[in-house]
Design a protein around this ligand. Structure first.
Ligand code: ATP
Length: 445
């Protein structure tokens, strides 16, 4: 992260360049929900692909799942969410606003003078009460108590509920994992940090089932593996840290949890949680469903309930961290430039195809180059404005390479490839261009 980045700059760039828009903006917005524009959706897809690649495609011991958002309500009784997925809430009788009782320090009273809630002359806070964060809806044509279901507040429970199905059909045995990417919903009390905390968000969670004596070993393994994932995708080491939870912070089921924290412009905050959940979840679901959720090892005749190690990350939060870390401002040829130094794997557009001038056969050749690259990576053709302006536009959305077609290209079928970070220009034959860019994308120079 450069020292120039602020959350306001990230919000402004996200809107200006079509990464993130406030939901329902034409109707005045809807508290803390966001839509992802063309570059945002490409960046998110790349984040999810990188996670899926590391978790499922590159490994033999993890399989994928896509469970439903709506699940049997007993799921949430078994998991403990109905009873204890709550935050303490206070209302202010004077201004009518609601605040998280444990985060008053992070909030402002909406009335003057601008102080923390409860500190103003008119503030009149109620006693704190527990507020359940699950969003409710009803299923079927009759709205009564029996029709109430919940939008899942995490993807993990769909994995536990399918433990037996996956065990039987995938022919895996512990240690093995089930990975899932999908939407989750929480009726958060305090939001206001752009896409850091929203009411509808996407999670990337993996439940790793292990023989109980090996749980600690795997917990340490996943702490290391998950931290490395962020570093390999370019987050700077100085802005990443592991923070073990204090014993009084631990969830009721957890024997150990560490957060991977990132230094956002608002301070150190959780990016991902890694928890040693023991056998709590499988035992709870076994008890509530009456199903046996255990592993029987035919070779040894041993039967046991596996322990679970869970790395749980948020797509939106990851995306925000990658944007913040990549954001930079510098000066090129006397002009200020905003540049997103995103890892090429994450960059929404990999290569921009730019004819130097809009005549002399250059656009035609540029279209030919575009067609050559299009099946391989997301590319963008742009012929509008000076070449300098077009470079700036691409720098601002993090495009790692700009391919320029000039008069020489028509003579010898070569193009220049400009590197976003070093600004170095390589002359490359058009025939060799796909390989040249793919090698760089794969990290081979
Ligand atoms: P926090 O303490 O920030 O509320 P949490 O500990 O409740 O997070 P988990 O239940 O561990 O979060 O969820 C795993 C991950 O899902 C988090 O690390 C985060 O990246 C993401 N996440 C959780 N809640 C939200 C939210 N409201 N908006 C965006 N991402 C979220």
């Amino acid at each position: 992260m450069s020292d120039v980045v602020t959350m306001d700059k990230i919000v402004a760039l996200s809107k200006r360049r079509g990464f993130v828009f406030p939901t329902s903006e034409i109707y005045g917005g809807l508290g803390s929900t966001y839509d992802y524009g063309p570059y945002g959706v490409a960046l998110r897809r790349n984040v999810k692909d990188a996670w899926w690649h590391a978790m499922v495609i590159e490994r033999d011991d993890i399989v994928g799942l896509d469970s439903a958002i709506l699940q049997h309500p007993r799921t949430w009784e078994a998991s403990g969410h109905l009873e204890s997925f709550t935050d303490p809430l206070v209302d202010c009788r004077a201004c009518g606003q609601r605040f998280r009782a444990d985060q008053l320090e992070d909030n402002q009273c909406p009335q003057k003078p601008s102080v923390h809630p409860g500190e103003g002359p008119n503030c009149d806070l109620t006693e704190a009460r527990q507020f359940n964060l699950m969003l409710e809806t009803s299923l079927g044509p009759v709205r009564d108590e029996g029709s109430i279901v919940y939008l899942r507040p995490e993807t993990a429970q769909g994995i536990f509920a399918n433990f037996k199905n996956v065990l039987q059909t995938s022919r895996r045995k512990p240690p093995f994992g089930i990975a899932q990417i999908g939407k989750s919903f929480r009726n958060e009390i305090t939001t206001k940090q752009f896409i850091f905390r929203t009411r509808e968000f996407e999670q990337m969670e993996m439940e790793f089932f292990v023989p109980p004596p090996d749980a600690e070993k795997w917990f340490l393994y996943w702490l290391d593996a998950r931290e490395r994932w962020y570093l390999e995708l370019g987050l700077s080491e100085d802005h990443l840290r592991l923070r073990p939870h204090d014993p009084d912070e631990l969830s009721h089921y957890s024997t150990g949890t560490s957060d991977i924290e990132y230094l956002f412009p608002t301070g150190w905050q959780e990016l991902e949680g890694i928890a040693n959940r023991g056998d709590y979840d499988l035992r709870q679901h076994a008890q509530y469903s009456g199903e046996k959720l255990e592993y029987f090892d035919q070779a040894t005749g041993e039967r046991y309930v596996p322990y679970v190690v869970e790395p749980a990350a948020g797509v939106d939060r990851c995306m925000l961290a990658f944007l913040v870390d990549a954001y930079d401002e510098d000066e090129q040829e006397g002009e200020k430039r905003t540049v997103l130094r995103l890892h090429p794997r994450l960059a929404p557009v990999k290569a921009a195809i730019l004819p130097l001038v809009r005549k002399d056969g250059q656009p035609e050749l540029a279209h030919e180059v575009h067609d050559l690259l299009r099946p391989l990576m997301l590319t963008e053709y742009d012929e509008g404005g000076s070449i300098g302006r077009r470079y700036r536009r691409q720098d601002e959305i993090g495009t790692p390479w700009a391919v320029t077609i000039d008069h020489q290209s028509l003579e010898d079928r070569t193009v220049t490839v400009r590197d976003r970070n070093s600004l170095a220009q390589d002359r490359v034959a058009i025939d060799a261009l796909p390989g040249f860019l793919q090698d760089r994308l794969a990290g081979k120079e």
